[in-house]
Design a protein around this ligand. Structure first.
Ligand code: TXD
Length: 308
């Protein structure tokens, strides 16, 4: 059986990490595409030479031409401008909308049956642009943010408790912004509510740090994080390629769920060979519902800036 094909549109910091992870996990042949001459080609050459060391056999190619992406099974989009200190995710809207539109047209032309994972910020608006411009069914276009935000939440809880990250589960809903909604009630340590381990004050501090974690990295690194976003997107791609039917927080197109219609926002979904196979509607408290609506209001404002 021919290997699957994973095309990465944007061969920058996250793109390079995506390529390395996809290759090491032998998820399929990897294609890197970028507008920067030489970058996808050079990164692919570098990645190819790592294969003998760690023993994995997939083809890795780099190109400035979308022909190389033809008939991809999975497309992961990071093309765009990352944040710089002092920049908000909103500042990126107009620039990255233009980039997203041009890419969406190529995706539709070269890989009409692909499962598309968007990473580019502002995420909730960019994944919306991707779905609208490709015209793909909503189950085949998804945004990566909640898996990263939940991983950050799990990381801070694990660090606080000195417990394995594997035993911390968490669910972060809403937009990929400072008003994201970590659902504390559903955060558990080996199935036991986190409130049995940490005080309300400590949990609140961890929630705040999770919401600001992207900016914390940007202020230190002077650009966005790239290792953890790549890991999160590859987990999503793996669910599709292996039909794992995992329940993960992803930016999905809601059509009435959670009282939201016609927008992408982070909710728990079942990810499998059908892409976003199901949206899971959690029972939320009035406070949680209010936080989700506040986060949605910001997403709606962002999408309002998009000119298709
Ligand atoms: O959780 C999340 N979704 C966020 C997303 C987490 C972290 C970073 N987030 C966003 O991902 C970030 O704000 C950016 O919008 C993207 C990509 O971040 P990255 O750090 O990878 O940015 P780079 O290193 O600048 O890479 C972007 C590449 C760069 O090589 C450009 O030349 C290329 O995108 N680029 C293009 N490639 C193809 N086609 C077009 N039109 C294009 N324009 C730029």
């Amino acid at each position: 059986m021919a290997r699957k094909k994973i095309s990465l549109i944007g061969a920058g910091m996250i793109g390079g990490s995506l390529a390395q992870l996809a290759a090491m996990k032998e998820l399929g042949d990897v294609v890197l595409v970028d507008i920067a001459e030489g970058v996808p080609q050079g990164k692919s050459l570098d990645l190819l030479a790592a294969r003998p060391v760690d023993g994995y056999d997939v083809n890795i190619t780099g190109s400035n031409d979308y022909e190389a992406t033809r008939n991809s099974d999975v497309i992961i989009v990071t093309a765009g401008l990352p944040r710089k200190p002092g920049m908000s995710r909103d500042d990126l809207v107009s620039t990255n909308t233009g980039i997203m539109k041009s890419i969406a047209e190529k995706v539709r032309e070269f890989s009409p049956n692909a499962f598309v994972i968007v990473i580019t910020n502002p995420l909730d608006a960019m994944v919306y642009v991707m779905q609208k411009v490709t015209g793909f069914p909503k189950n085949r276009v998804v945004g990566m943010a909640g898996v990263l935000d939940s991983a950050r939440f799990r990381t801070f809880v694990a660090m606080e408790l000195g417990i394995s990250v594997e035993d911390i589960t968490a669910m972060v809903l809403g937009g990929h912004g400072d008003d994201m909604v970590p659902i504390v009630r559903y955060c558990t340590v080996a199935g036991v509510p986190v409130s049995k381990f940490l005080s309300a004050e400590k949990i609140a501090a961890i929630v705040k740090r999770t919401q600001m974690a992207g900016g914390e990295v940007v202020n230190l690194l002077k650009t966005s994080a790239w290792v953890s976003p790549a890991a999160a997107a590859i987990e999503m791609a793996e669910c599709f390629l292996k039909d794992k039917k995992r329940v993960l927080p992803c930016a999905a197109l809601l059509e009435g769920e959670y009282g939201i219609n016609g927008y992408y926002i982070g909710v728990p979904v079942v990810l499998g060979a059908g892409g976003v196979e199901r949206i899971i509607e959690l029972e939320l408290t009035d406070e949680e519902r209010g936080m989700l609506q506040a986060s949605f209001a910001r997403v709606k404002e962002l999408v309002g800036l998009v000119k298709l």
